[in-house]
Design a protein around this ligand. Structure first.
Ligand code: AMP
Ligand code: TRP
Length: 343
């Protein structure tokens, strides 16, 4: 464990690959806003360098998704004055530190990553080197700010453990106490929102079925229709969470409801236990529309003025670099490299 005490600083990122969905919102974005409102120093990133690791992205589409994600951040309640909002490629220290971490991380560590195994599939030989190195770039995103807390959904837990391993090995190899051992923050009722069509699969941007997810850009009718059609079982809702154990689809809808209400699952079940889905689904649809529709309309309003979004991101990058440039310089110094020249 690190002896040095680091100033609390929160960092997290989302890939601009389109289809920002309810899982991203409840697992990540909504919690980014909670941290901002606690008055922590918060830095949130559109990770476009990560977005090109898995498959080819059309340049126009990537740029649009990056701006749309930034609009989503702001529409969900992030204030560009209070939080630093950045686009990863505009802050070059992320990629520079990632190279160093490529030389700290071991092949064996990367090979164990379940996301690598899932995304590379059977044909690993044809996956990009960037996909393999993805977690080292993610560690650099976090550690180039000396971030101490990282709010994410459950699927990122393993990557955050690797971030701790990289920091520990770097500190040990160079005999320093330079990088913090970051805390993953995986909290709340909806750290793993599941597909509306299959309770064993996580809700994901890349699911071929649009009915499997609620997109942040869906209108009220679409949201209500997707919830109405969500897969469930024939039983009534239980009054205690134990009763959801073998019922993944029911559990998912209750978790979503609890997270949208900012209530515990137990509290929700105390209120809705005994109801049939025919009664519960309209309640959930109404709640989801109430919470999501304003975000979606604010997103499209913000997308009407893209130059304003670009300005916010440029300003964010300037503020970010005031933090990252000194940390990169110190890293180079520790390693025995000459700091990058100033231009
Ligand atoms: P990604 O879309 O993969 O860039 O994910 C961005 C953030 O959303 C990360 O913190 C993920 O853990 C979180 N996330 C993605 N999908 C889900 C989901 N189905 N449930 C909860 N959190 C999620
Ligand atoms: N890998 C994360 C995801 O897909 C996105 C990400 C990149 C991230 N860098 C990060 C999340 C740093 C938290 C901190 O969900």
């Amino acid at each position: 464990m690190s002896e040095t005490s680091f100033t609390p600083r929160v960092f997290s990122g989302i890939q601009p690959t389109g289809n920002l969905h309810l899982g991203n919102y409840l697992g990540a974005l909504k919690r980014f806003v909670d941290w901002q409102d606690k008055d922590a120093e918060t830095i949130y990133c559109m990770v476009d360098l990560h977005a090109i690791t898995a498959s080819f992205q059309e340049p126009q589409a990537l740029m649009r998704s990056t701006r749309e994600l930034c609009a989503g951040f702001i529409a969900a309640g992030l204030d560009p004055e209070q939080s630093i909002l950045i686009n990863q490629s505009q802050v070059p220290e992320h990629a520079q530190l990632a190279w160093i971490f490529n030389c700290v991380a071991r092949m064996g560590w990367m090979q164990r990553m379940t996301q690598w195994k899932d995304k590379a599939g059977k044909n690993q030989q044809n996956a990009s080197l960037g996909l393999f190195a993805y977690p080292a770039l993610m560690a650099a995103d976090i550690l180039v700010y000396h971030a101490t807390h990282v709010p994410v959904g459950e699927d990122q837990k393993q990557h955050l453990e690797l971030t701790r391993d990289i920091a520990t090995k770097f500190n040990h190899d160079y005999g320093v106490d330079f990088f913090p051992i970051t805390e993953p923050v995986i909290e709340g009722a909806a750290t793993r929102v599941m597909s509306l069509r299959d309770g064993s699969k996580k809700m994901s941007k890349s699911d071929a079925s649009d009915a499997s997810r609620i997109n942040m850009t869906d209108d009220a009718d679409t949201i209500a229709k997707k919830i109405r059609k969500a897969k469930t079982d024939p039983e009534a809702l239980p009054s205690e969470s134990k009763g959801l154990e073998e019922r993944p689809e029911a559990r998912n809808l209750v978790n979503i409801y609890a997270a949208l209400m900012d209530q515990s699952v137990d509290k929700v079940l105390a209120d809705v236990g005994g109801k049939q889905f025919s009664e519960f689904k309209p309640m959930l649809a109404e709640l989801a529309v109430e919470k999501l529709a304003p975000i979606s309309s604010e997103m499209s309003r913000l997308m009407d003025d893209q130059s304003e979004i670009d300005k916010i991101l440029t300003r964010g990058s300037e503020r970010a670099r005031a933090i990252t440039a000194p940390i990169l310089r110190q890293t180079y110094d520790i390693i025995g490299m000459v700091p990058p020249v100033e231009v």
